[in-house]
Design a binder for this molecule. Structure first.
Ligand SMILES: *Cc1c(COP(=O)(O)O)cnc(C)c1O
Length: 395
């Protein structure tokens, strides 16, 4: 069902203006609703089967020591499963630690960036990493290339820089980037924030030295952990900086994270449920055909969502350049006949959750998580619901 715009209403000047219906008074017909109403961009939908599997392991896994074989076997499974899913090149290893992607930024500022980093800053998350290196007293002021929301600045080589930092997918704006090294600089490291990309977008693993992420977004697990696929060059850098006289807080030490990961442990206690749910999702993806299959699923969802928006006369994709329009986080602008916040409030009242746009963008926008765990058929159902809600709000 395609949106056909506001119905023609005869113009009776004496008619009182009608107040729009209250969000909680619009009931979407049950037959239109998706099978699962979670469309958040993080934490995102995890599959109910993963929760069931966790419940079944509540007694012999949850509440047991993370230094013993029971948990360490699951950590080992996580590390090898991630390496398989991401196509780890020879010599690359999977390192993990606590604190999510935000902690990794601080850790990288101590353990991976030698003197000066270069950042692409194009939204909330990429700008936050920039803030970290900007304020780190032991680093030189970073070089920053800023892009407008919804666009992506080019990645060019910069003199005197030892690390290039950018997101694979900027979650706040729905812009995806190509994972690559800048032309003409082979010595510096590339540090790629893949929190909303890992396991949902294809990439060239050899082009990155630290492909890091928290697993509650593209990987549909829960928060609290960071995981990084690291190249031999990144490991060398970590070893060298750890041996230098730089002060590095233990919790943020990538050397300690590396040494513990090699023993299938973390430096301090991880969230065991997060580890377990990540393994469940990684095994599900690998068992179905790996990254190619997973990315294909997000492609189908993206084609449905953007196809709907392009055909609609009330909505359109926010990111106009289709080459960088994210396949995993969709941002959709609405025209001023409808208020996007009202749409998400109506959806929420009907059990369709977390479609709100990123607040700081300040746009009349919805943001939709299209990670591999989301069924493309549910994205289709969501577009039907959007048509229905828009009709009700405008009618
Ligand atoms: C959500 C997000 C983060 C922050 O992740 P936390 O686990 O909350 O620290 C960092 N980068 C990107 C791209 C994100 O989407």
């Amino acid at each position: 069902m395609a949106w056909r715009g506001a119905r023609a209403v005869p113009d009776f000047p004496t008619m009182p203006a009608q107040a729009p219906p209250r969000p909680d008074t619009i009931t979407i017909p049950a037959t239109m609703l998706p099978s699962d109403g979670r469309f958040g961009s993080g934490p995102s939908k995890f599959r109910p089967e993963a929760a069931t599997a966790l419940a079944e392991r509540a007694v012999d896994y949850m509440g047991t020591s993370h230094r013993r074989t029971g948990v360490r076997r699951v950590v080992a499974e996580l590390r090898s499963g991630i390496a398989e899913l991401l196509g780890a090149p020879a010599g690359y290893e999977v390192v993990m630690g606590n604190g999510g992607a935000t902690a990794f930024w601080d850790a990288a500022s101590f353990g991976l960036i030698e003197t000066r980093s270069h950042h692409l800053s194009l939204g909330e998350f990429s700008s936050k990493f920039t803030d970290v290196t900007m304020s780190a007293p032991h680093l030189a002021e970073p070089s920053v290339r800023v892009g407008d929301f919804g666009t992506c600045p080019p990645l060019d080589a910069v003199d005197g820089v030892d690390a290039y930092c950018y997101p694979h997918n900027e979650t706040s704006t729905g812009v995806m980037l190509e994972v690559r090294r800048p032309d003409g600089d082979d010595d510096a490291l590339t540090l790629v924030d893949a929190t909303s990309a890992a396991g949902g977008l294809r990439f060239d693993a050899t082009a990155s030295d630290a492909y890091y992420f928290a697993p509650q977004k593209a990987l549909s697990s829960d928060g609290g952990l960071w995981i990084a696929l690291m190249s031999p060059a990144a490991v060398d850098r970590i070893e060298r900086l750890a041996a230098s006289d730089r002060w590095i807080p233990a919790f943020l030490s990538l050397k300690l994270a590396l040494d513990n990961s090699r023993k299938d442990q973390t430096y301090n206690t991880p969230a065991l449920a997060t580890v377990f749910l990540t393994v469940e999702q990684v095994n599900w993806l690998n068992g179905n055909g790996g990254l190619e299959w997973a990315a294909g699923r997000s492609d189908r969802s993206a084609d449905i969502l953007y196809g709907w928006a392009e055909a609609s006369d009330i909505a359109q994709p926010f990111v106009s350049d289709t080459a960088i329009r994210s396949r995993v986080v969709g941002t959709i602008d609405f025209d001023d006949r409808v208020d996007a916040d009202t749409i998400s409030a109506v959806l929420r009242a009907n059990g369709i959750l977390d479609t709100e746009g990123y607040r700081k963008l300040g746009r009349n926008q919805l943001r939709i998580g299209m990670f591999p765990a989301v069924d493309p058929a549910d994205i289709e159902a969501l577009t039907v619901c959007l048509d229905y809600v828009c009709e009700q709000l405008i009618a």
